[in-house]
Design a protein. Structure first.
Length: 121
């Protein structure tokens, strides 16, 4: 049995302050590995957003209904190298579906443009 070594993020938008006690025990069969999720995101952003973007090491997220791999997307531009993170793309860890919207793509492009402008100014 393989134990997950990626960070686990629990999302609860109603918790804003105060004391919290968390005892988490979760068992699930993930059909998509972190490696495959990263490959899927990298392939997608290369084909549909920019050939200067790629995925990085995912975090496992439980959003209350499903397990997701949250894959950071980074921008790299020669001669500057890696400029920084432009956003994240979630991948359903059961189905492998990328959770991508038109708004998310626009956000990635906007953040990439801002990073390029900072690097070249």
């Amino acid at each position: 049995m393989e134990i997950a070594t990626t960070p686990l993020i629990l999302q609860n938008r109603s918790l804003t302050r105060g004391q919290v006690w968390v005892d988490v025990r979760v068992q699930a069969e993930l059909n998509v590995s972190a490696f495959v999720a990263r490959q899927k995101v990298t392939g997608y952003v290369l084909d549909h957003v920019s050939d200067h973007m790629g995925g990085d090491e995912p975090s496992l997220v439980i959003d209350g209904e499903r397990f997701l791999w949250r894959v950071p997307v980074y921008l790299s531009v020669l001669p500057h190298g890696r400029l920084g993170q432009v956003g994240t793309v979630d991948v359903d860890a059961q189905t492998g579906q990328l959770l991508v919207t038109k708004e998310l793509i626009e956000e990635l492009q906007h953040h990439a443009q801002a990073l390029v402008e900072r690097a070249t100014s």
